[in-house]
Design a protein around this ligand. Structure first.
Ligand SMILES: *Cc1c(COP(=O)(O)O)cnc(C)c1O
Length: 363
């Protein structure tokens, strides 16, 4: 007998204001969600239609839905920040729109016009404006699109759902700005040339989880992936790009050449560092060069960056052959400076000389 009692129907009623404030004090990451969601459908021959903002609720999915079998899915991640005078800013949302369109093309999905993507985010943030934490917190916004077509043949779906949900967020890593420990993965890789490494798709994350589990087993927080062909070149972390700081204050970061994600945080840090007169090298860096550079004091800091964590110092590296510490093992001064500069712009505490802040009017 099928126990229907096991089926639960989520119905998140809007929370009382008092409870909501409690959540906003310490939201964690990805655990609580706002009241609303944005949903829009696409069908071959019809295009985008039925856009709506409605109460956040579960989808009903047919067991033969293509998404459950072949994983045609892409997503984005960006944040809304609330200033002390209650203005709400997004950070470079057009960049997320553009990357979403590129991911869609790679996964044989329909593109969404930039203007529509940004307007949908603004509409959701406006509806859920009371959920945007102030202070150190932010509202994490998750746009995503998935095949929504009932068939088992292997071909691109003929119908898709685009959705945006949002979640109040505190600091990403437990322990705040403490430097993290990362595991260098020798067996599993996340992307090869011609693969999907440059697309932000759920499948890349599914493929990274076994390595992430190994990292946790070795008491590490995150994984550094090496290239698929030679296991020689450093690519990126599971969900963040990686930077190395040289002893003259310069930066080295792997190039965006098809196997890594083109991070918007990565691009923002490169721009800020260039404007500050730092030497920038976007080039392949071998793990051996990194290890020897740390030993010989040519590489003095290392950090990871992405929307969720902003900038996270990397203090210790673990690989089969042994561990090593970078610099003092804590977040270095250049990392700290870049992080503070970026976060100040995102939160409206510093002038926005590059036009990166996008105010949610009516927010
Ligand atoms: C999202 C993501 C990043 C970071 O991109 P941002 O635009 O800076 O948030 C880096 N690597 C991977 C694999 C990602 O999915």
């Amino acid at each position: 007998m099928i126990a229907t009692e096991f089926v639960s129907t989520p119905h998140p009623a809007p929370l009382a204001e008092r409870e909501r404030i409690e959540i906003l004090k310490e939201p964690g990451f990805g655990r609580h969600f706002t009241d609303h969601m944005f949903v829009m459908r696409w069908q071959a021959g019809r295009g985008w239609h039925d856009a709506e903002i409605k109460q956040r609720q579960a989808f009903s999915i047919d067991p033969a839905n293509a998404i459950l079998h072949y994983g045609q899915e892409i997503f984005e991640g960006l944040k809304a920040y609330k200033t002390t005078d209650s203005r709400i800013f997004l950070f470079r949302p057009e960049q997320n729109a553009q990357r979403f369109a590129e991911s869609a093309t790679r996964m044989a999905m329909p593109a969404l016009p930039t203007e529509l993507f940004v307007r949908a985010i603004e509409a959701l943030v406006t509806a859920d404006r009371n959920w945007v934490p102030s202070g150190d917190g932010s509202l994490y916004i998750r746009p995503f699109m998935f095949a929504d077509d009932v068939f088992l043949g292997v071909r691109p779906a003929r119908a898709y759902t685009f959705c945006i949900i949002a979640s109040p967020a505190g600091p990403y890593f437990k322990g705040g700005s403490k430097a993290v420990k990362v595991w260098v993965e020798d067996t599993y890789t996340r992307a090869g040339y011609g693969g999907t490494g440059a697309a932000k798709c759920g499948g890349n994350y599914a493929a990274s989880l076994a390595a992430q589990a190994k990292a946790i087993e070795h008491d590490c927080d995150q994984v550094i992936f090496l290239d698929a062909a030679e296991r020689r070149w450093i690519e990126e972390l599971g969900g963040m790009n990686v930077f190395f700081v040289t002893n003259d204050g310069g930066l080295i970061t792997p190039p965006v050449d098809g196997t890594i994600l083109r991070g918007i945080t990565r691009d923002s840090i490169l721009t800020l560092a260039r404007q500050a007169g730092r030497r920038i090298e976007e080039r392949k860096i071998a793990f051996d060069e990194f290890r020897d550079g740390v030993r010989d004091n040519r590489i003095v800091e290392c950090f990871a960056c992405g929307t969720a964590a902003a900038v996270a110092g990397i203090g210790r590296i673990c690989r089969g052959e042994g561990d090593f510490v970078i610099g003092s093992g804590s977040t270095g001064p250049v990392t700290e400076e870049l992080r503070n500069q970026l976060v100040a712009i995102q939160r409206g505490h510093a002038p926005d000389e590059n036009g990166w802040r996008h105010e949610v009017s009516g927010g």
